[in-house]
Design a protein around this ligand. Structure first.
Ligand SMILES: Nc1nc2c(ncn2[C@@H]2O[C@H](COP(=O)(O)OP(=O)(O)O)[C@@H](O)[C@H]2O)c(=O)[nH]1
Ligand SMILES: [Mg+2]
Ligand SMILES: [Zn+2]
Length: 278
């Protein structure tokens, strides 16, 4: 058996890259307790009968998009069409961080924003950078490429934000369809959803259809709290302070009041904490 990378799933055909060659394989079905291999999985294949025999332990696995072993996620965020949605942005940052993936913000459609809006956006960018995030514009392609070197990358963000367009800019040969409502082919009985990891220069990237609804159900309040990096190292009166009420000397809340912590970040934190009941 040989080790390879699962780079494409088209219905029940799994394309595995072994030593730079591609093999279309089938899966044996349930492997240990994993129901289905995911794009990004490292797998052991039997090249005699083209069967995936085993899935190596995963670093992480996401539901939306369905991918494994991701190092970085580009949170593609348009300023207009669709309008920037800070709650969705923060939610994606939270989910990605909890899954031990580095989130990277990529802003698109700056050309559709007014001067005044760009001024506000620049303030936002400064804030996100101050909490340790990388922020790129979708025209900073060579800079972005250098940052993705050696990584397995996914894109995420709303439908229409410019994810496929961005990947096309990263690799001029790809020609991914843009403006696609859905990745489904053969609508109807046999709906096929293709997930594919593209090799570009020295990194891998997977395109995914967009979404606007995601839920935080499977995460805990502790996870959510820890994903807000700027809330850490604030010695609130209570060590286990959830930063949700102001009566007991909460340093986070006082920093929101004095503007050190961005109000929208705190508001979204409150929304997420209310959304889950654990
Ligand atoms: N004005 C403008 N349009 C863009 C930009 N990036 C992408 N688009 C357009 O936005 C639409 C949706 O892009 P697409 O890449 O399909 O979005 P996806 O759904 O996130 O994959 C397409 O018509 C693109 O041409 C941008 O920076 N500026
Ligand atoms: Mg797309
Ligand atoms: Zn607190």
């Amino acid at each position: 058996m040989l080790e390879g990378a699962l780079v494409k799933i088209n219905s029940d055909t799994f394309t595995v890259k072994v030593n730079d060659k591609y093999y279309d394989c089938k899966s044996r079905g349930k492997i240990r307790n994993i129901s289905k291999p995911l794009v990004g999985d490292k797998v052991l294949v039997n090249l005699g009968d083209l069967i995936i025999e085993d899935i190596l332990p995963r670093k992480n696995a996401l539901d939306r998009p369905q991918v494994a072993n991701i190092d970085m996620a580009l949170v593609v965020t348009s300023l207009h069409q669709p309008d920037i949605n800070l709650t969705l942005l923060d939610k994606l940052l939270t989910i990605i961080t909890i899954n031990k993936i580095e989130p990277v913000i990529v802003l698109t459609k700056r050309d559709l924003a007014s001067k005044g809006e760009l001024k506000e956006i620049n303030k936002l960018i400064k804030y996100y950078e101050s909490i340790g995030l990388k922020v790129f514009n979708n025209d900073e392609i060579s800079k972005l490429k250098r940052y993705l070197k050696g990584k397995i990358v996914t894109v995420c963000g709303q439908t229409g934000a410019g994810k496929s367009s961005l990947i096309n800019k990263l690799d001029k040969n790809l020609n991914l369809k843009t403006d696609e409502i859905s990745f489904s082919l053969n609508r109807g009985k046999h709906t096929t959803r293709i997930v594919e990891l593209f090799t570009i220069d020295d990194f891998y990237i997977v395109d995914t259809p967009g979404f606007s609804q995601i839920d935080l159900d499977k995460y805990s309040k502790e996870d959510i709290k820890n994903s807000f990096k700027e809330f850490k190292d604030n010695d609130c009166y209570f060590n286990d302070c959830n930063h949700l009420n102001n009566t007991k000397g909460c340093k986070v809340i006082s920093k929101v009041k004095d503007g050190t912590i961005l109000k929208s970040r705190y508001d979204n934190y409150e929304i997420f904490m209310k959304e889950i009941n654990r």
